[in-house]
Design a protein around this ligand. Sequence first.
Ligand SMILES: NC(=O)C1=CN([C@@H]2O[C@H](COP(=O)(O)OP(=O)(O)OC[C@H]3O[C@@H](n4cnc5c(N)ncnc54)[C@H](OP(=O)(O)O)[C@@H]3O)[C@@H](O)[C@H]2O)C=CC1
Ligand SMILES: CC(=O)[C@@H](O)[C@H](O)COP(=O)(O)O
Ligand SMILES: [Mn+2]
Length: 383
Amino acid sequence: MKRIAILGSTGTIGVQALEVLSQLDTYEVVALAAGRNVERLAQQIRRYRPKLVAVADDEARRALRALVPGDPVDIVVGDEGLVACAAYPSDVVLNAVVGARGILPALAAVGRGARLALANKECLVAAGDLILRAMRDAGGEIVPVDSEHCALHQCLRSGRPEEIRRLVLTASGGPFRSWPKARMAEVTVRDALRHPNWHMGQKITIDSATMMNKGLEVIEAHHLFGVPYDKIAVLVHPQSIVHSMVEFVDGSVMAQLATADMRLPIQYAITYPDRLPAPWPRLDLASVGTLHFEEPDLDKFRCLRLAIEAGRAGGIAPCVLNAANEVAVDAFLREAISFLRIPEVVEAVLARVPNEVPQSVDDVLRADAEARRLAELYVSKGG
Ligand SMILES: NC(=O)C1=CN([C@@H]2O[C@H](COP(=O)(O)OP(=O)(O)OC[C@H]3O[C@@H](n4cnc5c(N)ncnc54)[C@H](OP(=O)(O)O)[C@@H]3O)[C@@H](O)[C@H]2O)C=CC1
Ligand SMILES: CC(=O)[C@@H](O)[C@H](O)COP(=O)(O)O
Ligand SMILES: [Mn+2]
């Protein structure tokens, strides 16, 4: 049996991961971490019998303990709890928490040489250089769960870095791909939460609607595959069947295709280098008929442009972009700001924080906190 810790076990990725593990039957779930959904976490504890669980705070711990009164499981809290779950002895840590909260557990996992199955893209955006360095120093590894990066990982299995001409990340374009720019001022939370192809948590669904998700993924790809920004392209593909492609120097293009089902990348990241049979529906290209592609509109989707610029700027700019975006998305979901204010808040915060190269994770966490403070100020100005 291999041992696995799942961070974000109550979220959309976490729940699908436990479903995948139930079918594999060769993994022992040793640790689970979640935020405040203690009812779902209690069910998971009863079924998977982890040794350690983490929840967001003491209130959640009390509520969880009341639901599993006689269970021997240890319950820890907060960011220290998340790190304790990542540090708990295991072969694989699946990081599927949302947001920059994923940085410290990612460092804890790769820093002890474990495999990090990575869904939490925000940690690489904010602290990619530090996480990659910690991974190399400890001999750990990262296998991406994000569907595009899982696709690229598969396309690159037999390739050498010097053979890559460019990575092509596909993007669905989100629910507003075909809306005229003038109509974007009318976007409601309900509209933005209607992703055309994927059922995901609220934060990433809004990121897909602004196309910030694709910008974060460009930065994620830069770190994961060590490819410079001028060799990473974004191509809109509304069907989300081609999950990404690699163009090689001789003109060959390798693509990975599959139905839009995250159980595949989750299983791949856990079992790699093994590719195991799976029960989910297969791709039927004859019934799909035609695959459609188009260029992204960087004028309509300002978040995508901002993210690419922050990635190219490097230093703490991607961390600042990410933190400001988290605050702005949260405010949009609370209906405190409009959809079009999201890029405005991000751009204003980026302009206020001087860029520098972070030397340590403390530098990153300080920049994250400062960007959040400024973003809250812009949000409180309303609009
Ligand atoms: N969903 C998808 O298909 C994809 C997701 N990703 C990435 O994976 C990550 C997770 O996404 P997704 O599953 O959609 O998100 P969800 O919102 O569905 O789940 C988020 C998880 O994080 C947990 N969490 C929230 N706050 C805390 C906290 N303070 N401490 C500990 N845990 C906390 C939540 O716990 P609780 O609910 O108990 O509060 C939940 O388990 C994101 O980074 C996303 O970008 C990447 C590609 C695809
Ligand atoms: C499933 C997954 O990996 C998401 O990141 C997805 O790609 C979002 O779709 P968009 O292409 O609309 O951002
Ligand atoms: Mn993705």
